[in-house]
Design a protein around this ligand. Structure first.
Ligand code: GDP
Length: 581
């Protein structure tokens, strides 16, 4: 119950309760929920007896949309509009295309046209609807997938006709293929004199995306988002693909959906955009959304109009939740708000526990166990390397492994050069993959995400050591011996050379700490330039053993004379791990 409800039930003043909570180290407000144990302790202070009321369970707690759809009877299903996400390289025209689609197809007569931005919108073509998620890019898509959400039916991959296939195009392709979502290629900017759609198609073929006029299965349309050329062609293609996908839902069920965006608005409180995926959501429904509950106070459509109900594939904005959910959280309608609150509270506790325990992603060791038990037949790998040449060499080795070890298939679901990013980590969670950094390192955000989600990132700088480990994992002889622990990061702010020719790096410690006895890697754009020992560590003129984040220091890397301003230094130690019996 909330502090207010507890106060009303017991007659203890709310201020007294807040004071008692504060004594226990909990800073609360009057609307905050407290759990039974906390309430019981406070009640005991006031000589009140308590008994725990264990609530009835919700008839069904929804864990995933797939599970909901699997339980639906086929005769209750009706066609529903497709939900589309646009992806592609930066500046290839994703935003412009979303705008073009929207402006050509706003339903007539909607007051003042569309001004609202709610993170998704719906249009009408040939009397049929299409929903677009308004956060372009594969990062948002995969972050949602990593949380178990599956909101997109079709991906439109935008490639600029003048620029061609670029690194983020390739990333998007990997992310879409890992998700097994159908894709349409939109070659954009065909109005430009430098446009060369054929070159784009050839480049795509080289990445195993073979468009229909090249004999493949991937539909491809040529458009100009700026000149609004062939936008209708794209929309028709989306409808065609949607028909093949046979998208259906039951409009008569209690609603289930996914949060697309949510924020705390100064004036309106918690505001969430929901994509309804099954059932019909009604203004005034009671809902449970992840670890938040609430009664919908008011519901808006994408054009800002108040809605009384929303059918499958409709994006709506809802007000009235008692907290701010996260993108990717599942919304379900519930009969009893009190039960919903209780479950929300349980989930909050559970998330906190998970944050502490946190082992969601697979590690190579887990995978090895599962391979041995015959539960896993694919070893999914995300490969990040320093240069393209290393990727080629590693892939060649992996292909050999696949030929020789037929039991388990090694699959590289994404490859690229440079820093290991948070988006790579999310892809690993969503696809049960491990990440291999070959002379490539994660940035701090990626490292934190990997730690939190339990994703295994393995580092190598010698190819045969990498293939050896993978081979062992595949045949079941993996013996992990050392674990690496990162202690801190620092930025190189300036450098100067001593008469001895050694370089002293002026550092700002940005994360964790530096200790004299740690090992150090010099990173340039996420690529390992040097790996070695600390030669000396000084603050001002004094030798020191340790420097904490937020401070500056001077450091010599033993044996290295290649350090530049804005390089990053990563400090780590290794720890022996006892082999698992
Ligand atoms: P995003 O980063 O993928 O969202 O790309 P934007 O939509 O912001 O577009 C990047 C730039 O390309 C902008 O200056 C657009 O005006 C321009 N652009 C987008 N589509 C077209 C097009 O069809 N033709 C031309 N000539 N320019 C375009």
């Amino acid at each position: 119950m909330t502090v207010r409800e507890f106060s009303e039930a017991t007659g203890i003043g709310a201020a007294e309760i807040l004071k008692a909570l504060l004594k226990g180290g909990v800073i609360a407000n009057i609307n905050q929920q407290i759990d039974y144990e906390t309430a019981a302790v406070i009640a005991a202070d006031f000589n009140l007896e308590t008994t725990e009321h264990v609530p009835e369970k919700l008839a069904s707690l929804v864990e995933s949309i797939d599970e909901v759809m699997a339980a639906e009877k086929p005769e209750n299903l009706r066609p529903r509009p497709p939900v589309v996400t646009i992806m592609g390289h930066v500046d290839h025209g994703k935003t412009k295309l979303l705008d073009a689609v929207r402006s050509t197809r706003v339903a007539e007569g909607e007051a003042g046209g569309i001004t609202q931005h709610i993170g998704a919108y719906q249009i009408e073509v040939q009397n049929r609807k299409i929903s677009f998620l308004d956060t372009p890019g594969h990062e948002a898509f995969t972050a949602m997938r990593a949380r178990g959400a599956q909101a997109t039916d079709i991906v439109v991959l935008v490639v600029a006709a003048d620029d061609g296939v670029m690194p983020q195009t390739l990333e998007a392709i990997s992310h879409v293929q890992a998700a097994h979502v159908p894709m349409i290629v939109a070659i954009n900017k065909i109005d430009l004199p430098a446009a060369n759609p054929d070159r784009v198609k050839q480049q795509l073929t080289a990445s195993d995306v073979i468009v229909e006029d090249y004999g493949g299965t991937v539909p491809c349309v040529e458009v100009s988002a700026r000149q609004k050329i062939n936008i209708d062609g794209l929309l028709e293609m989306i409808l065609l693909v949607a028909d093949l996908e046979d998208l259906k839902a039951n409009p008569d069920a209690p609603a289930v959906g996914t949060i697309v965006e949510a924020e705390l608005d100064k004036n309106r409180g918690s505001v969430a955009t929901v994509l309804v995926q099954n059932g019909t959501l009604r203004a005034e429904d009671n809902v449970l959304v992840g670890s938040v509950a609430g009664k919908i106070k008011i519901m808006f459509g994408d054009s800002g109009k108040r809605l009384r109900f929303a059918e499958p594939s409709t994006p709506v904005e809802i007000l009235g939740l008692e907290g701010v959910p996260q993108a990717g959280d599942i919304l379900q309608v519930v009969d009893d708000l009190h039960i919903a609150r209780e479950i929300a509270l349980q989930r909050q506790r559970q998330y906190r526990m998970e944050m502490i325990a946190s082992t969601r992603g697979p590690s190579l060791d887990d995978l090895f166990d599962k391979i041995q038990q015959g539960q896993v037949k694919d070893l999914n790998v995300i490969l990040k390397a320093d240069v393209q040449g290393s990727i080629g060499a590693i892939e060649h080795q992996f292909n050999q492994l696949n030929v020789n070890q037929s039991e388990v298939q090694l699959r590289i679901i994404h490859r690229g050069t440079g820093t290991i990013t948070e988006s790579d980590v999310n892809l690993a969670v969503a696809s049960h993959a491990i990440i291999i950094g070959f002379n490539a390192r994660p940035d701090p955000a990626a490292r934190r995400a990997a730690e939190q989600q339990g994703v295994d990132i393995r580092f190598y700088n010698i190819i045969y050591q990498l293939t050896d480990d993978i081979k062992k994992a595949m045949v079941g002889m993996l013996e992990p011996e050392y674990k690496e622990i990162t202690e801190g990061y620092a930025e190189v702010r300036n450098t100067f050379r001593l008469p001895s020719r050694e370089i002293v790096a002026g550092l700002y410690v940005s994360d964790g700490k530096v200790q004299r006895n740690l090992s150090v890697r010099v990173l340039r754009s996420g690529v390992v330039i040097y790996d070695g020992k600390i030669g000396s560590l000084k603050r001002f003129k004094d030798d020191v053993r340790e420097v904490q984040a937020g401070y500056e220091c001077g450091l010599i890397v033993e044996g290295s004379n290649d350090i530049e301003v804005s390089d990053t230094m990563e400090f780590y130690r290794t720890e022996k791990v006892e082999p698992v019996m």
